[in-house]
Design a protein around this ligand. Structure first.
Ligand code: PNS
Length: 160
């Protein structure tokens, strides 16, 4: 059984994340999408809300499970007996940050391999932060996020 972990803050999940999760789900037997704490971010959604939105957005994918963990990513991967950590790469600007966390994760546990999936070009500009920014101003979000996320953002920002 080949298991991969797709970690992130997912505050909230975007169509770019969903693209990566979907493509990873075609390669691995099981995908664990795990909501983790990124100490440099101040989230809009609670962990429970983020998990619920991921569950709703990935319900059509039969081999995807959603989880959370309050510790090191490599410890979660070991606990779940995952062979790989999957990260999406949008542009060159992602590379330095990803190289840093991948190198640290390899120092912490060299048994777990990190693999990168290139985001589709149409999502290369997309991030949770930029979606939150435009969501404040009643923008159309259906191109950028799954339907339940669009609804949740409207409720958060009271732009229904
Ligand atoms: O979506 P993000 O914010 O880019 O994801 C970053 C995340 C959550 C994967 C990273 O911050 C993380 O792995 N946090 C858990 C703590 C950890 O393992 N830190 C060591 C690697 S930086």
């Amino acid at each position: 059984m080949k298991i991969a972990v797709v970690p992130g803050s997912f505050d909230p999940i975007t169509n770019g994340h969903l693209d990566i999760i979907t493509r990873a789900s075609l390669i691995f037997d099981k995908i664990k999408v795990v909501v983790l704490n990124n100490s440099s971010k101040n989230p809009l959604f609670t962990v429970a809300e983020r998990m619920e939105l991921i569950e709703q957005s990935t319900a059509h994918l039969g081999n995807v499970e959603v989880d959370t963990f309050s510790g090191l990513l490599v410890d979660y991967a070991k606990k779940e007996q995952a062979q790989a950590i999957i990260r999406g790469l949008r542009a060159v600007s992602d590379f330095e940050y990803e190289m840093q966390i991948t190198s640290m994760n390899r120092k912490l546990n060299d048994q777990v391999e990190t693999l990168f999936i290139m985001t589709k070009n149409e999502y290369s500009f997309l991030s949770s932060s930029i979606v939150k920014e435009v969501a404040k101003y009643q923008a159309q979000l259906s191109e950028f996020v799954p339907a339940p996320v669009e609804q949740a953002l409207k409720e958060k920002y009271n732009t229904k």
